[in-house]
Design a protein around this ligand. Structure first.
Ligand code: KG4
Ligand code: ZN
Length: 367
């Protein structure tokens, strides 16, 4: 069985294709799924999965000159790129359109003009192949993404021990959830203002670095002094699991203004600001994760989203007292493969696909 995943929530046009080998799984879609939680879990553990393609057309170059993603431009580019990326994914996977068994699509959260183009394209393919569609929540795709290895050849789903923490850190979200089992979770906390990736992007702009800011700050931080500036750790001691990153970015704004006035803003200082910012941003996350591990007797932690590709953070999280599953770096930022992968969980859980005419987007969807 072949699953297609379509992603157009922001500035990446992504098409992913997965292959699954398991007859019980294939029959699940046709019949009413009456499996117990235990049976669903063991079915997931038994599945053999193979990545056939993960093609992504990035629009970074287009949005860079505006310092961030321009939604209308993103929509226009998706429309242009989708058929091309789709064709190249079929070619990479060495399959024909008719070989596609199931179609999945990230219907939100994301930028409405971008999601709409993905929706139109998904509907077109679904009509052509007479298929239903699995609508996938962008955040759920990031949440499950650490359970997939980025390798060719057959693999099994990585299965964490529960209760687990799930952390999604991206350009649009900073969400911590507690997972009771593979299908059920509850939000513990989230950002009250800017997402962590957004803070990286905005801080990078203050330092005259190009979009997206995360990788740029990480690069500079490698040669900077993380203790040079004592930046705020917003909400660190508040007895909740919420975050706030707008204040941290504003502290950098004032610092840069002061340094510029005193003619001390130079390349060396930019490295120190990057290192200090990065340390501060992740310290709050790690601190609250540690508290949650203790309070809820957590056994493992899953981390997904673009910011999870940060190597400094990856080292810090490995120091936690529980096993951590970090999304592999090539699968951290938005792509169609994690959408197709997420569809496996929807299918096994017993959700129902929808008809193409029912498909809609949901730009502000939560976890
Ligand atoms: O998950 P993603 O591709 O898109 C959203 O769902 O938002 O994440 C993109 C975000 C951007 O804010 C980008 O700056 C950040 O992930 N990012 C990083 C790194 N690589 C990407 N942040 C920190 N360090 C990185 N190495
Ligand atoms: Zn994302």
């Amino acid at each position: 069985m072949i699953i297609l995943g379509i992603e157009t929530s922001c500035d990446e046009t992504g098409i992913g294709i997965l292959k699954i080998r398991n007859s019980i799984f294939e029959n699940l879609i046709k019949k009413k799924n009456k499996l117990s939680l235990k049976e669903k879990e063991s079915l997931l553990k038994d599945l053999k999965i193979k990545i056939l393609a993960n093609q992504v057309a990035s629009q970074i170059k287009i949005h860079r000159k505006y310092g961030g993603v321009v939604p209308s431009l993103a929509g226009r580019e998706h429309k242009k790129n989708l058929p091309i990326v789709f064709e190249s994914a079929l070619e990479k996977a060495k399959i024909k359109e008719e070989d596609i068994g199931e179609i999945s699509f990230i219907y939100g959260p994301g930028l409405a003009p971008a999601l709409i183009q993905g929706k139109n394209f998904t509907k077109e393919i679904a009509y052509k192949l007479s298929k239903s569609i699995w609508p996938i929540n962008h955040l759920v795709a990031h949440l499950y993404s650490p359970l997939l290895k980025n390798k060719s050849g057959w693999q099994k789903i990585i299965f964490p021990v529960f209760p687990a923490l799930g952390l999604v850190i991206s350009g649009g979200h900073t969400i911590l959830v507690i997972m009771k089992n593979i299908f059920e979770w509850q939000i513990l906390g989230q950002t009250k203002d800017d997402a962590i990736g957004e803070a990286f992007d905005k801080t990078a702009r203050l330092l005259d670095l190009p979009y997206p800011g995360g990788p740029e700050i990480e690069k500079l931080a490698k040669n900077g002094n993380p203790d040079k500036f004592n930046l705020p750790r917003p909400m660190i001691y508040q007895k909740n699991y919420d975050f706030s990153y707008a204040g941290l970015k504003t502290a950098v704004l004032y610092l840069v203004q002061e340094l510029k006035e005193n003619k001390k803003f130079n390349e060396t200082i930019k490295k120190d600001i990057s290192a200090s910012f990065q340390k501060s941003a992740f310290e709050v996350l790690i601190f609250k994760i540690n508290r949650a591990i203790e309070e809820f007797k957590i056994k493992s932690i899953l981390v997904g989203g673009g910011v999870a590709s940060n190597c400094y953070f990856r080292k810090e999280i490995k120091k936690l007292p529980v096993k951590s599953f970090l999304v592999e770096r090539p699968l951290a930022t938005d792509n169609g493969l994690i959408c197709a992968f997420s569809a496996i969980f929807s299918i096994v859980k017993g959700e129902k696909p929808i008809r193409p005419e029912e498909l809609d987007i949901s730009a502000n969807l939560s976890l």
